[in-house]
Design a protein around this ligand. Sequence first.
Ligand code: SF4
Ligand code: SF4
Length: 155
Amino acid sequence: MPIVIKRSIEHSHVNVSKVEAGRISKAAAGYIFAPGTSILCGECAFVGEGGLCSDHPGPEQRVNLEKGSCNDWQDRRQGLVAGNNSRPWVQVAYIENNNGFGCRRCEHMDLEKHDCSVVDPNSPGDNPGKIDPYACCVFWEKDPKRGNWPESRFV
Ligand code: SF4
Ligand code: SF4
């Protein structure tokens, strides 16, 4: 997720009203498709020995592997990435959420229609013509109902 737009527990950082007229493209939203994950630090390529994240400096390397995530998340199943400890949490919008992230836990997601009120499903990128429940992007905001559901409730 390379675009630095804040994603936060308070959910007050993204001015969604600005994008309602024309939805954001998947590319601009940092849309990623990662089935089989919950976009958690424990599933991220930057986590090395000792469970530390090499993307961040100093004590911020100690991320929460079971609840944390940020806009720099990359799928560790595609290989590990050695960061240079240069990206502070505030820059990558590090946040924590019980059970993780993904469109299925986002308030902008219409699960039945595979659509999103923020990101254009027809823009170029993964999952042509739809927004997938197992994708995510930097505009993620916790859904008041599904936001903490475990994986078993989505099947
Ligand atoms: S804080 Fe970001 S870069 Fe670091 S392990 Fe978590 S998702 Fe990956
Ligand atoms: S549902 Fe949420 S996380 Fe998924 S693309 Fe839309 S804004 Fe991003």
